[in-house]
Ligand binder design. Structure first.
Ligand code: GRG
Length: 305
């Protein structure tokens, strides 16, 4: 309920999310058309256009709009981030890593196109993402902002970010002694940094001041970690619902998760705390302008998949 003296902000989050996701899907479809050599583009488009919640590009657009920029300005960067996210999923699904058969409800990329093509098409998506930012935003913003975004994105996805997180995750697989600190390090690097980068790039391209960029970063850091804590909680609660039992599969499997290391109740308390901290970072903004990012934090916290 709204606090006394504060007017409730009317905001249809689902409508916002659907319409932004549709815009992103159209832009992604246009960004990578089918051409020669056909197979690499088919493979890139197969995973890129296979659905997905589009949380990262929508965060990027919402952050840009929060600081006074437009959707149009943020779209190429938002799409580039989704390209990198998609390639990380394609590579994560490979037999040498997670060996998954299904992704976004469809057979994984290597199941359709073969491992050789899935690796190559993933690499192509990674390179193209940077080209897309440089080429498509150079018409609308100055080189200083592009340079900053490219360096944020490179750091967030390289060995100091997602790839570093992936390495520690691989190294600690099946390790029964993994502690909460290591688990958090993995999650921050493997998952939270790209979500954080989405918001930070949105703020940069929208022309935010340093102070606002750092505030957006702190909001996004909480949302990023929240994303993974909720993922871990869902793994437990979803599987217990499916099994009709009280203990879900990830309380008994080898995988280290928040519920496993701190207990389900404490993990839920931690997710509430992260949600409050994320929202607290936005309290200095006009609530109407902050409504999409506040809604996105709730969406991440209360999602069911
Ligand atoms: C170069 C970025 C990069 C990575 C290569 C394979 C690898 C190294 C990293 C793995 C990264 C990974 C799979 C992280 C998990 C992130 C995560 C929580 C994915 C699920 O995200 P959702 O729920 O998925 O947003 P949708 O399908 O909705 O987009």
């Amino acid at each position: 309920p709204p606090q006394k003296g504060k007017k409730a902000v009317e905001f249809d989050f689902n409508k916002y999310m659907d319409s932004k996701a549709m815009t992103v899907n159209e832009a992604l479809n246009k960004a990578i058309p089918l051409r020669y050599p056909q197979k690499i583009y088919e493979s890139m488009r197969y995973s890129l256009l296979a659905g997905g919640k589009r949380v990262r590009p929508v965060l990027c657009i919402a952050a840009c709009e929060l600081v006074g920029g437009t959707e149009e300005l943020a779209i190429p960067t938002a799409c580039a981030i989704e390209m990198i996210h998609t390639m990380s999923l394609m590579h994560d699904d490979l037999p040498c890593i997670d060996n998954d058969d299904l992704r976004r409800g469809k057979p994984t990329n290597h199941k359709i196109f073969g491992e050789d093509t899935a690796v190559t098409a993933g690499n192509a998506l990674h390179s193209y993402a940077f080209e897309h930012i440089a080429v498509s935003t150079s018409k609308t913003v100055g080189a200083d902002r592009i340079l900053r975004m490219v360096s944020e994105l490179g750091r967030a996805t390289g060995s100091e970010g997602v790839m570093g997180g992936q390495m520690v995750d691989i190294a600690s697989e099946g390790d029964p002694s993994i502690d909460l600190q290591t688990l958090e390090w993995i999650h921050i690097h493997k998952t939270a940094m790209l979500l954080e980068c989405s918001v930070v790039c949105g703020a940069i391209i929208g022309g935010a001041s340093e102070i606002v960029i750092e505030r957006a970063r702190r909001y996004a850091r909480c949302v990023g970690l929240l994303f993974q804590v909720v993922d871990d909680i869902l793994d437990v609660t979803k599987s217990s619902d499916e099994l009709g039992k009280t203990a879900g599969k990830d309380l008994i499997s080898d995988k280290a998760t928040y519920p496993k290391l701190m207990g389900l109740e404490k993990a839920k308390e931690f997710s509430d705390e992260l949600l409050n901290r994320a929202k607290g970072e936005l309290s200095c903004f006009d609530p109407v302008k902050a409504a999409p990012l506040l809604g996105l934090a709730d969406y991440v916290a209360f999602r069911q998949n």
